[in-house]
Ligand binder design. Structure first.
Ligand SMILES: N[C@@H](CCC(=O)N[C@@H](CS)C(=O)NCC(=O)O)C(=O)O
Length: 207
């Protein structure tokens, strides 16, 4: 029997999409969260010195996968969450990567040590960066006229969309006043029983 062990810090960030996929698929896995203090020792046991990694083992061997989006795609493929045709698949990848690019900007700001500079960059992010991308996504969904972000079937990109917006807490409400299609898409996935259940049972972390 295949066993999965997801290794990450006690945070949502780059592991939460993977956890959403496991939750949606109803697949058992070990959600292993390491303490920051353990990281220097653990780092050298990972493929590229970064987390998350997914350890996949059966009776014969154990392998490790790195890169959060690659792990997400591997699992999405396994649990039929990649889309039903080439265009849906490409769109699911495109959207997930675009969301990840925006989050990269957000994480860089959050990691800024200088508090004044961080506050300034955060203001810019919420005033310029996020509105720009939010309106781009909204325009794309208006043109697509599909039920889900990548087409007419639910893909891992729909889960990524919810994980993305959850980074911004209550601030997302202001965006959803203008981005009404995005709001519907977000709420549809956010209200799925498996996602509601996961959100209720997961450890409390800031992001
Ligand atoms: N592109 C990689 C980025 C991985 C990454 O930067 N992980 C951070 C945590 S979110 C990390 O391992 N930081 C610790 C370190 O660099 O030592 C992915 O998506 O998995």
């Amino acid at each position: 029997m295949i066993k999965y062990r997801l290794v990450y810090f006690n945070a949502k960030r780059r592991a939460e999409l993977i956890r959403f996929i496991f939750a949606y698929a109803g697949q058992e896995y070990e959600d292993f969260r390491i303490e920051e203090s353990q990281w220097p020792i653990y780092k050298h046991r990972t493929l590229f010195g970064k987390l998350p990694v997914l350890e996949i083992s059966d009776d014969i061997e154990s392998i490790q996968l790195a890169q959060s989006l690659s792990i997400a795609r591997y699992l999405a493929e396994k649990f039929n969450l990649v889309g039903v045709n080439e265009i849906e698949k490409a769109r699911a990848d495109m959207i997930s990567e675009q969301l990840s690019d925006i989050l990269e900007i957000f994480y860089t700001i959050k990691n800024e040590k200088n508090t004044e500079l961080r506050a300034e960059k955060e203001r810019f992010f919420y005033k310029e960066t996020l509105p720009f991308y939010a309106s781009m996504f909204e325009r794309l969904f208006e043109i697509q006229k599909t039920l889900h972000v990548a087409g007419n079937t639910l893909t891992y990109a729909d889960l990524a969309f919810v994980v993305f917006w959850d980074h911004f807490g209550e601030k997302k409400k202001k965006f959803f006043e203008l981005c009404v299609v995005s709001k519907v898409m977000y709420e549809h996935v956010n209200n799925l029983p498996a996602i509601v259940e996961w959100k209720n049972m997961r450890p409390m972390t800031i992001f």
